[in-house]
Design a protein around this ligand. Structure first.
Ligand code: SAH
Length: 379
């Protein structure tokens, strides 16, 4: 199974159905036990093996000796005036990552991270400023959804995913938190499989969206492995500007990226790619640039999501004024494209797009003669 340091237990969280079946087999039981286990873990949110009462006692005992359901530790929670909630989760002693829940009238979207930090260095993103620390494991990626379902649930019915829609606080999952998901495909693909697996979280592939800055070969890989909804951070209508804003464009220019997008859609019926476009004042927000963007995308199954720039300390850009954003949108619409403006959520708790910067420093403080261990998020 997994190569673990002696004494460390197998983490059941993050094993895909075939891996869980193989593990159950190693323990000498039959494959259907894996389905029962998955239902306990993902649908009922149960982490305690001894509470999984329809598993035979002897099997439970064997399992409890070697395995566990291990989720990331919550370091802090913040709630915005608009109901958006952000959790800061511990990656290791000195690093953290973040996830954000965005409640809306018709859906509840959980935005999860795939890496601690990011190596792609996009000029307008605060995660980029902290550099790359490490990939999250499959268990840490899927653990975010598990934890949020538990935290938002309150009741057993609420904590359960995969029952009636009305009982589910989380209806959509987007990989738009910290990190570049396609740079961590090894761990992201199993996590996506667990999200859409009907024995596990059982989300429709349309309700799971992966956002990428444009790692072209990995878009082709993803199309083969698990065809979830795709969002692409385009942000500019031409290669010169895009290479400045999204440096990976120097390696995979726009034409190559768009070809990968249309190929991705060949595997899906009646769907479209969402192109994200951050609105930076005086940089990429002119009507001529809107027309340039329309020329690139017109006639293709594309939607454009305009994201007002969210500032962070030291950011070298300003948000385009609202009128300019609307003008840009209208220009796109006039050219037959579907363009919408993303409502900024959770800005007061630094939970908005591009504001996630979960760098945490270790702090051992001595208070009232007691040694307390605390984590402080750097501004
Ligand atoms: N690395 C992936 C996913 C994470 S970012 C990607 O690049 O797509 C999710 C979205 O927020 C991306 O479109 C990203 O470009 C955008 N974004 C980053 N910084 C932002 C900021 N400061 N303001 C608004 N949007 C931002």
């Amino acid at each position: 199974m997994q190569n673990l340091p002696s004494g460390e237990r197998v983490n059941l969280l993050g094993l895909t159905q075939p891996a869980l079946e193989a593990y159950v087999g190693e323990l000498g039981d039959r494959p259907f036990r894996a389905r029962q286990l998955a239902r306990w873990i993902y649908k009922r949110g149960e982490a305690r093996i001894e509470h999984m009462t329809d598993l035979a006692k002897a099997f439970r005992a064997r399992l409890a000796e070697q395995a566990e359901v291990r989720v990331p530790e919550i370091v802090d929670v913040r709630e915005s005036r608009d109901g958006t909630r952000k959790w800061i989760l511990r990656a290791d002693a000195s690093q953290a990552f973040e996830m954000v829940f965005i409640p809306e009238d018709d859906r509840g979207t959980l935005c999860i991270s795939s890496q601690v930090g990011c190596a792609l260095d996009c000029a307008f993103c605060s995660t980029a400023q902290q550099g790359f620390n490490r990939n999250l494991t499959t268990a840490e990626i899927i653990g975010q959804v598990w934890l949020a379902a538990r935290e938002l649930g309150g009741s057993e019915a609420g904590a359960r995913l995969g029952e009636r829609l009305a009982d589910r606080p989380i209806t959509n999952v987007v990989l738009m938190g910290m990190g570049e998901p396609l740079a961590n495909l090894r761990n992201v693909i199993p996590a996506l499989k667990i999200l859409v697996d009907d024995h596990a979280f059982d989300l429709s592939r349309r309700r799971v969206t992966l956002s990428t800055s444009g790692l072209v070969p990995q878009i082709y890989r993803l199309a083969e492995e698990v065809n979830v909804a795709l969002a692409v951070s385009l942000h500019a209508p031409d290669d010169e500007l895009r290479s400045e804003l999204v440096p990976i464009n120097r390696k995979h220019p726009i034409a190559e990226l768009l070809a990968a997008c249309w190929h991705y859609l060949d595997e899906q019926n009646g769907r479209s790619v969402t192109f994200e476009y951050v609105m930076l004042e005086g940089v990429n927000d002119s009507p001529a640039q809107a027309r340039g963007l329309a020329r690139l995308l017109a006639g293709h199954p594309a939607k454009i999501n305009l994201i007002p720039f969210n500032p962070f300390p030291g950011a070298p850009y300003r948000r385009s004024p609202a009128e300019k954003i609307l003008r840009f949108r209208d220009e796109l619409n006039a050219h037959g494209l579907i363009a919408t403006v993303r409502r900024t959520r959770g800005e007061d708790i630094d939970a908005a797009c591009g504001q996630l910067a979960g760098r945490v420093i270790d702090r051992t403080t001595v208070r009232l003669g007691r040694k307390s261990f605390g984590l402080v998020v750097q501004p």
